[in-house]
Design a binder for this molecule. Structure first.
Ligand code: NAD
Length: 357
């Protein structure tokens, strides 16, 4: 198993170090895992004047999966656009053709109080959004702002999908559901948008390959309501880029803790990039207080989706759950009066839990 490690900036290197502790532990247990680390984002700009140097890109393309930390920081905000850290990540996503974005949102019982919603609404929530990442209105042509014949400024974007783009992400939706509770809800707006009528038609066609998955459909406005009203009804949601952008942020906030949420971006062959949904948190970088669990849970997703090792993914996820149930807390998830541990102590606690399994 060959994994590229890209720690990045800010808290990235601190939380990556904790994921590496888990990899080292699994290697000691006898797993054959090869890792190589490379620079990306601001760290790569500092060293090579390029947020995605050629050697980093090559390493990623040659690996089965990329474990990514986070990038960015105020010191890079005034750089010209091509040199900005986030440009490195965008270029990497494009080069790897990562078209399916998987974002789980899980509420741990011991942390259900952290949500802004009532505990009984979110307790037990365990869902995932599969968002198409490379098409839709964000990329469709024509686009732009022009002046029409009456001299009025007109803004135009084009919502467009071809059936292949829909089909390939639908497959990831069904396969994610197969690995979970076997329920897939496809979200569209087919009552008014033709491009999403095609979305629904193609998802139904693809469903014939997955008789073990129960497929339902929901209009996006209803989905936005249901996520707040009764989120436990969902297992996996699959949707386009625009709707997925909005719904995945809504779903992640149900959990109330940004430091706990991993994500995956996958291509056709299953190669993927796995990263926390949070950024580089410059306000706490270097203090040893960042929560490494989103990074560690990203490693679990990497084992499940790119390396076909659901057994290792489940062990890591169980270890994280055990640590949370034991009351181990970094600052971001601690309630008043609870004892707070460092980034490194949280990583050690997860390794210890793995060891005890
Ligand atoms: P952020 O996610 O970095 O931080 C938001 C808040 O959450 C901060 O208060 C931070 O301290 C806290 N936080 C985030 N992760 C945490 C963790 N693991 N443990 C504890 N607390 C945590 O978002 P921001 O402040 O808007 O952005 C900071 C930088 O990150 C910017 O340069 C931005 O461009 C970049 N960014 C990068 C990515 C990425 O790497 N994919 C994503 C989003 C933002």
């Amino acid at each position: 198993m060959k994994i590229a490690l890209l720690p990045g900036d800010g808290i990235g290197p601190e939380i990556m170090a904790e994921a590496v502790k888990l990899i080292d532990f699994l290697v000691k247990e006898g797993e054959s895992i090869e890792t190589e680390t490379a620079l990306v984002g601001g760290a790569a700009v500092d060293a090579f004047d390029d947020p995605l140097p050629d050697q980093t890109l090559k390493l990623c393309l040659d690996s089965q999966a990329v474990l990514f930390g986070s990038i960015g920081g105020p010191q890079y905000d005034s750089l010209p656009r091509p040199k900005r850290p986030e440009r490195g990540l965008l270029r990497l996503r494009k080069a790897m053709d990562l078209f399916a974005n998987l974002r789980p949102a899980k509420v741990y019982d011991a942390l259900a109080d952290s949500s802004t919603l009532k505990k009984d609404v979110v307790a037990g929530l365990d869902m995932m959004i599969v968002r198409e990442l490379t098409g839709d209105i964000y990329f469709g042509e024509p686009r732009g702002i022009h002046t029409n014949e009456q001299g009025l400024r007109v803004g135009v974007n084009t919502m467009i999908y071809d059936e292949n783009e829909i089909r390939r992400v639908a497959h990831w939706g069904f396969q994610a559901a197969q690995k979970r509770r076997g329920m897939l809800c496809s979200v569209d707006k087919m009552n008014v948008l033709e491009s999403t009528q095609l979305w629904r038609d193609v998802v139904i066609e693809v469903s014939r390959d997955y008789p073990d998955v129960k497929l339902t459909h929901m209009l996006v406005d209803n989905a936005a309501m249901q996520l707040i009203r009764q989120p436990q009804q969902f297992d996996v949601i699959v949707t386009g880029n625009l709707f997925g952008d909005i719904l995945s942020d809504e779903a992640s906030m149900l959990t109330g803790s940004i430091g706990l949420l991993p994500s995956a971006s996958l291509n056709q062959s299953g190669q993927g990039l796995f990263e926390p949904i949070h950024g580089s948190a410059p306000d706490i970088a270097g203090k040893g207080i960042a929560n490494p669990l989103a990074q560690i849970l990203s490693l679990a997703m990497l084992f499940r989706y790119s390396l076909q090792r659901s057994d290792l993914a489940e062990r890591i996820e169980l270890a994280v759950e055990q640590v949370i149930n034991q009351g181990v807390r970094t600052k971001d998830i601690a309630r008043a009066g609870e004892r707070v541990v460092s980034t490194s102590a949280m990583g050690d606690a997860v390794v210890n839990a793995l060891q005890r399994q």
